[in-house]
Design a protein around this ligand. Structure first.
Ligand SMILES: CC(=O)SCCNC(=O)CCNC(=O)[C@H](O)C(C)(C)COP(=O)(O)OP(=O)(O)OC[C@H]1O[C@@H](n2cnc3c(N)ncnc32)[C@H](O)[C@@H]1OP(=O)(O)O
Length: 183
């Protein structure tokens, strides 16, 4: 499978922030921005893999500045690094005051997407070839982020096992009344 340059997975998505996208502070909902991030990340990963892709994890989203109604929000995403079947996608979200042209980074995020076959089983993806300074920096630092993700995944597994054990063997009264009955 031939490696592909990051630019082949590059996706750009621009939206104007409308009132339904905002909360009572009249700024963009974090959840709405996360939806846009996920949409552009899946496009980017699919362009790279040319296979259906699913989000395995949202590794990090840092909300750096609020985005107001009437501003534009432009997301740029590309695959920065791959392992066997998973891809790290970097997404930069830039807000622009359309009246003044002032731009600021609203969020930066990393997502992990996995290419799958018709049965939902992970399938191998091509490697990436970084070309620009930014791509090379993100490519070089990706293995460290992958180690953190692996550690986080192991901690999540342990958490789930512990919670399953507690809920199976030591239900407290509230859980018996509400958690299990309603959950
Ligand atoms: C675009 C969307 O919104 S899709 C909807 C939301 N997403 C989903 O519903 C996905 C649900 N999850 C799944 O289908 C599965 O857990 C999958 C496909 C992500 C992984 O399947 P698994 O059977 O766990 O496969 P497996 O353990 O072999 O992992 C496959 C790869 O995913 C990576 N991976 C799996 N889970 C995670 C995770 N939580 N975080 C980061 N990477 C992960 C593994 O490291 C592995 O990478 P590699 O092959 O590059 O080394």
């Amino acid at each position: 499978m031939d490696a592909k340059p990051c630019k082949l997975s590059r996706c750009v998505k621009a939206n104007v922030v409308l009132p339904p996208d905002t909360q009572h502070h009249h700024t963009l909902f974090g959840g709405r921005l996360m939806q846009l991030i996920d949409e552009v990340a899946v496009l980017s990963a699919t362009r790279h893999a040319r296979k259906p892709c699913v989000t395995a994890s949202t590794d990090s989203v840092d909300f750096l500045s609020p985005v107001r109604v009437g501003d534009s929000i432009c997301l740029v995403a590309y695959v920065t690094w791959t392992s066997r079947t998973s891809m790290e996608v970097f997404i930069r979200s830039t807000a622009e005051d359309l009246m003044t042209g002032e731009r600021r980074i609203a969020a930066v995020s990393f997502q992990t997407l996995v290419a799958i076959d018709d049965n939902g089983k992970p399938v191998p993806v091509p490697e990436v070839i970084p070309e620009t300074e930014e791509e090379e920096y993100l490519f070089r630092t990706a293995p460290m982020r992958a180690i953190s993700r692996k550690k986080h995944r192991e901690e999540t597994k342990e958490l789930i096992e512990t919670l399953t054990y507690i809920n199976t063997n030591h239900l407290d009264v509230n859980e018996q009344l509400y958690g299990v009955v309603t959950g």
